[in-house]
Design a protein around this ligand. Sequence first.
Ligand SMILES: Cc1ncc(C[n+]2csc(CCOP(=O)(O)OP(=O)(O)O)c2C)c(N)n1
Length: 623
Amino acid sequence: MSMTEQATGAHHPQPRARNGGPSSVTVEHLTGAQSLIRSLEEVGADTVFGLPGGCILPAYDPLMDSTRVRHILVRHEQGAGHAATGYAQATGKVGVCMVTSGPGATNLVTPIADAHMDSVPLVAITGQVASKAIGTDAFQEADICGITMPITKHNFLVTRAEDIAHTISEAFHIASTGRPGPVLVDIAKDALQSQTTFSWPPTQDLPGYRPVTKPHAKQIREAARLITQAKRPVLYVGGGVLKAGATAELKVLAELTGAPVTTTLMALGAFPDSHPLHVGMPGMHGAVTAVTALQKADLIVALGARFDDRVTGKLDSFAPYAKIVHADIDPAEIGKNRAADVPIVGDAREVLADLVQAVQAEHTEGHIGEAARTGYAAWWKDLNRWRDTYPLGYDLPADGSLSPQQVIQRIGRLAPEGTIFAAGVGQHQMWASHFIDYEQPATWLNSGGAGTMGYAVPAAMGAKAGMPDRTVWAIDGDGCFQMTNQELTTCALNNIPIKVAIINNGALGMVRQWQTLFYNQRYSNTVLHSGADTDGIPAKGTRVPDFVKLSEAMGCYAIRCEDPADLDKVIEEANSINDRPVVVDFIVHEDAMVWPMVAAGTSNDEVMAARGVRPDFGDNEDD
Ligand SMILES: Cc1ncc(C[n+]2csc(CCOP(=O)(O)OP(=O)(O)O)c2C)c(N)n1
């Protein structure tokens, strides 16, 4: 996918003229560094997460004087990148991070790759050694443009002060339009130090970048015809629907047609979980009904989704009876994994709005099949039977210890309206996707494509910095928490009172689950707890480090919860504290597993509702 193949989304923070437009443009004389900060102010970047060092140091001086840009000093550059991502996912705006050259820049590689996989609009600004030193193995030199070439939507190396303003303007435009993504701007130290002039808005020079938003009318008509003729359609909704702000249009289309909706891990909140047309999340740990609906569908309408392997399972056995309508803003996605019968390139909001009109026209003209006329009643009979027979659920541990699923479910139930949840990666992430109801867009943040452990705490910090009036809960694992918890210090010092639930099972749980199922219960290097045999501490939960003491040392309020009888009280206490970050160390049973599951590399037809429980769908399909 090249930058020039991208298409334009609906919301673009465009550079705005300062004093009423070009006629009153004033030209100022300043340094490249001042030009950078002025440009950030002009594009509306109100928050920058970063950490200084030699090559970016000139930029930190004028930053001190900015009243419009808040800089949040992180403890590790990875935290800056994920915080910018969380900020972007929660606010819909571009997230910004700024770090120094060499190791500062390479510490951003993981969050940049993460943002690329999840199409998050991010601008990463890195200092670079002076232009004459580039290529000499200078102190703290790293070719960050070369390194991030495959994981950015675009990147720039800026070596002249006069190029800084227009490059920042272009970077924000590219990051936020079409299929959003990370853009890196690497600025040589001498460019920051040199004198230049500044006027706003600058002229953008992006030859070949002509994103397309408007879907083709003929393709829309064809898709509408298929929807009204289908017997077993499914609306397969991906993160693109959230990014396009198309959730209202999605609801109209779903209710107009009566078609079932499945929202991917990246799209939770795009369609209310409580809506009767919602059949759950698809994929490896998806709801049996959603997985099976796709397998048995005769039409899949994919909207801003990319037929990811976690959704399709074994690709050549995925949805064998389905015609495919595939709408995406990125033409490179269409036909990448699954051939499309009706390809549609366009912004999801425009696609959905046009589809609604086209389906209405089909209705008016009477071109409507029997199944669609009944709201697909026969299809819903099957779907409801599966939904009733195989709901998401869990057993409480027989030994009276805390159930991780129950902990997460209660956090969801007791959360104030509009709470934002950020998950780490592992079992707790899947349970958070299952047992919390997402009713609104941008209330569920996670690392879907890259599966980056350590995402939750910094992402929650970024979300809370961008949405200070919302409650923000990080649902984290004891493994993930040990990767990036130092950003709690950042939260404590910068009045960013997030809440963190450590689902402490004493193990790298998701990997342990695979060892249980596929490696004969040989738990090679997945045990994190200190161990009953070695020091007498019961093997329940990681105790070294002591997360309560660790969190207190970082300026947080911290509680441990081990008894189901205390669960609600502890969560309510955490919800009531808003003057500092709160960490709850929930010691949970280590043997809980994530179900349903489609084992890697197998067909979605092999979905297991629980261990040893293969759903019985009967063979009543006339396929
Ligand atoms: C950076 C990184 N390293 C390794 C992995 C592989 N991995 C996936 S889930 C997981 C275990 C996570 O453990 P924990 O945070 O305790 O969560 P749990 O599964 O126990 O809920 C690991 C190691 C990963 N996804 N990301």
